[in-house]
Design a protein around this ligand. Structure first.
Ligand SMILES: [Cu+2]
Length: 135
């Protein structure tokens, strides 16, 4: 192959590579991305399942965020119902009769890790945690 053909092929490859770099969309760096915008109110459903676990077992909020929790007890086989307590986050525990539900709204003010559990049955079944992170 003549030398001029090799040079032209290499030059074509180099130009194609450079053109490819030029048209690739630029990804913003983390520093360039706008801050995460949270919705005004996030809502979650917490449910006692058949294994007596509050699910989901972990929720994460940002300090200052207004949150709505829909707490549901579908367990109709436990006549005394279930409770929901989250000391440090909620002012008072909530009682849920069999099949009952309740909605609560609160603002997670202070960063930290808060345990939630059934205050009627204690450690018989599993609770969870609410993690409140700094904004
Ligand atoms: Cu319970």
């Amino acid at each position: 192959m003549p030398r001029i053909q090799k040079v032209l092929i290499l030059a074509s490859i180099a130009l194609a590579f450079l053109f490819g770099l030029a048209i690739r969309p630029q990804q913003p760096t983390i520093a360039q991305q706008p801050p995460l915008q949270l919705p005004e109110l996030r809502a979650y459903t917490l449910t006692v399942d058949g294994q007596f676990m509050w699910l989901p077992s972990s929720l994460t909020f940002t300090a200052g965020e207004k949150v709505k929790l829909h707490i549901f007890n579908p367990d109709k086989l436990t006549p005394e119902g279930h409770g929901f307590a989250a000391p440090g986050l909620l002012l008072r525990p909530i009682f849920l009769a069999p099949g009952a539900d309740q909605e609560i709204e609160f603002t997670a003010d202070k960063p930290g890790i808060y345990r939630y559990f059934c205050h009627i049955h204690g450690d018989i079944h599993l609770g969870g945690q609410i993690v409140v992170i700094k904004p």
